[in-house]
Design a protein around this ligand. Structure first.
Ligand code: FES
Length: 100
């Protein structure tokens, strides 16, 4: 049997509900808080043994999401960035130009 890699999306974070790390990551990306994650997945509704681990994971993921949003806010809009696939008419060489 394959050993489960730590931080794998398949890692079960709540054994009572079977909630995986991947599900929690997806829900945090959707903007769900800890209560919403619990309601959606059933995590934290059994023995409570996962409370600390899931709480810390959600905090870490929320912090990463904020960093991603802050970095996106600091970068120029995509329309202002150079697009290597976009060639202006002045960049076409004479042999590529339409003969008509
Ligand atoms: S392990 Fe999550 S509620 Fe029991």
């Amino acid at each position: 049997m394959a050993e489960l890699i730590e931080d794998s999306p398949d890692e079960v974070m709540c054994s009572c509900s079977g909630t995986t790390r991947g599900l929690i990551e997806m829900l945090v990306k959707q903007g769900k808080d800890l209560d919403a994650i619990s309601r959606y997945s059933g995590a934290l509704t059994g023995c409570g043994g996962c409370e600390w681990d899931i709480g810390e994971l959600v905090k870490e993921l929320e912090r990463k999401e904020l960093e991603i949003k802050a970095a996106a806010a600091d970068s120029p809009p995509i329309s202002d960035q150079a697009n290597p696939d976009q060639i202006s008419p002045n960049q076409v060489s004479p042999d590529q130009a339409d003969p008509d």
